[in-house]
Design a protein around this ligand. Structure first.
Ligand code: NAG
Ligand code: NAG
Ligand code: NAG
Ligand code: NAG
Ligand code: NAG
Length: 482
């Protein structure tokens, strides 16, 4: 019996669909990988390719397809396809035949040409397994030599220890522990972090003792995020909505792409949100983008009310030198002032008390690394911002004043290009005039010489132009022959 190629392909696709859309495909996937294992991505898969599962089938280690052509090595919560861990590769990885995952005691993702993207750098492991809490482990005779729980990406799972040496990262946002607090940070400029949310340990059940080690955090099965210094008692309990309710489902805490921190539990069919760190959207570090204003109720506008937020006009992303030249002339930026604005996380920012708005503004104006200042006319507090102005919150209080340096690189460039265009046009016209003049001159000369020697122009101008310029007294018939 003959089967056409297209029938095979569609059968293959149907099978693949069935396999990928039902949990029992997991039955076929192994629960541990041994030395010698290797895998390459299958080009026919459009979602994810399972490599290893945990004993319950709730989690799976996969090649996850991202942005259609790229690959991430991820651990998925299977029923929701939610990634709970992603290997932090050095660069983006292509979903291609040359990409390879190898287990040889260490787990390595590499490409024959591009080299190693990611590796556990562990030595001597004899097996790789995924535990029922999503922790991927490399073991040597049941001794753990590497585990994904020590290298979280943007998510913490119930009972996973988050220590002071770890961080959760999502884009430009991160979460880490301080001496006695948990903080969320935005990296608004390289090598610098602005804290925008802080939860300090209450120390109600136990006090933090100096010198007794760093604190660590963990989601408890009793529905809270606990901070601990020892296992004896938590130094802080940050309750979730399900606090002290019996929940059998998996819990996770995720640093979201907007910088918020959210907690969820799995109720068997969906992730139920049970904790949100920042409940007011305007208090997120960058809810509306650069040089923007957030009004509670979530409407975004530009700080400069001459510009249209919906057209993305608030800011052209070009950096600039913010220093006035020696004459005090400002070439690279202009000053925008706005009343009734404040920083969403001003409580966590350093400030200086100043006598007047002028003092506050001029301390920023003179400083090359200052992009703006916010002054509270009632308290005299002056907050200086040393990174590109991001989202500010609109407040009714007119005594809260904002002073912002707005780079004008884009406009300058446009002027420069207009100037260049004018120069080129003038140049072109000059050249044109020159050529026409030269041609006319030569024609004139030819005319003159032509009278003497009619064969002179053979390799020169076209007969037509000659004819145009010439007169009937010349040998035009003679020239057009050549
Ligand atoms: C995990 O697996 C167990 C056992 O198979 C099942 O009862 C439970 O519903 C699963 N939980 C999730 C979150 O999938
Ligand atoms: C997960 O594994 C641990 C230890 O291996 C076990 O005690 C626990 O009951 C398991 N949980 C589920 C949901 O299977
Ligand atoms: C978390 O840390 C505590 C204390 O060090 C330890 O007893 C526990 O086993 C750790 N949990 C995990 C999942 O590693
Ligand atoms: C300029 O501002 C930066 C950031 O606000 C600050 O660290 C620095 O000390 C200031 N420099 C001067 C000379 O005031
Ligand atoms: C700031 O406060 C002073 C007095 O405290 C007042 O005279 C001044 O008008 C206020 N300025 C603004 C811009 O609100």
């Amino acid at each position: 019996m003959r089967t056409s190629h297209s029938e095979i392909t569609s059968l293959h696709q149907i099978l693949l669909f069935i396999i990928l859309s039902t949990p029992w495909f997991q039955l076929g996937i192994t629960q541990e990988l041994l030395i010698g294992f290797s895998a390459t991505p299958d080009s026919s898969i459009s979602t994810f390719q399972p490599l290893l599962k945990d004993p319950t089938g709730n989690f799976s280690l996969v090649f996850l397809r991202v942005n259609q052509s790229q690959l991430a090595l991820a651990i998925l919560h299977f029923l929701s396809s939610e990634p709970v861990w992603i290997a932090k590769t050095s660069t983006s990885v292509k979903w291609s035949k040359s990409t390879q995952l190898i287990f040889d005691g260490r787990l390595t993702l590499s490409d024959r040409k591009a080299g190693v993207f990611w590796s556990t750098h562990s030595n001597g492991g004899d097996r790789l397994l995924l535990l029922n809490n999503s922790n991927l482990q490399i073991q040597q005779k049941s001794h753990i030599i590497w585990q994904s729980f020590d290298f979280p990406s943007d998510t913490l799972i119930g009972n996973q220890n988050f220590t002071s040496t770890m961080s959760l990262v999502n884009g430009g946002f991160s979460m880490s522990l301080g001496d006695d607090f948990l903080g969320l940070y935005a990296s608004f400029k390289p090598d610098s972090n602005q804290i925008y949310w802080k939860h300090t340990a209450m120390q109600a059940k136990a006090a933090i003792v100096k010198g007794k080690g760093s604190i660590y955090a963990r989601i408890s099965s009793n529905g809270f995020l606990g901070m601990y210094q020892t296992e004896a008692a938590p130094v802080d309990v940050l309750p979730f909505d399900s606090f002290q309710r019996t929940i059998t489902g998996i819990r996770r805490l995720k640093l979201e792409s907007d910088g918020n921190l959210k907690g969820y539990f799995w109720n068997g069919s969906i992730w139920v949100n049970e904790f949100v760190a920042i409940t007011n959207d305007c208090e997120l570090p960058s809810s509306c983008g650069l040089y923007s204003l957030c009004e509670p109720g979530k409407s975004c506008s530009c700080l400069d009310d001459q510009k249209d937020y919906d057209l993305g006009e608030c800011f052209s992303p070009e950096s600039s030198n913010l220093c006035a030249d020696t004459n005090g002339k400002r070439d690279d930026y202009w000053i925008l002032r706005r009343k009734g604005v404040e920083l969403p996380y001003k409580e966590l920012m350093a400030f200086e008390q100043m006598g007047s708005l002028d003092d506050c503004e001029s301390s920023c104006e003179r400083n090359c690394s200052c992009w703006g200042a916010l002054f509270n006319n009632a308290s005299g507090y002056c907050y200086k911002v040393d990174y590109l102005i991001n989202t500010l919150v609109s407040v009714g209080d007119e005594s809260k004043l904002g002073y912002f340096k707005v780079p004008i690189v884009a406009e300058k460039k446009r002027l420069v290009s207009v100037a260049v265009g004018v120069v080129i046009l003038v140049g072109a016209i000059s050249v044109f005039i020159g050529v026409v003049g030269y041609v006319s001159y030569r024609v004139w000369r030819r005319k003159r010489r032509g009278r003497l020697n009619s064969g002179f122009f053979e390799n020169g101008l076209s007969p037509g132009s000659y004819r145009d310029l010439g007169s009937s007294s010349f040998g035009s018939v003679e020239l057009s022959k050549s």
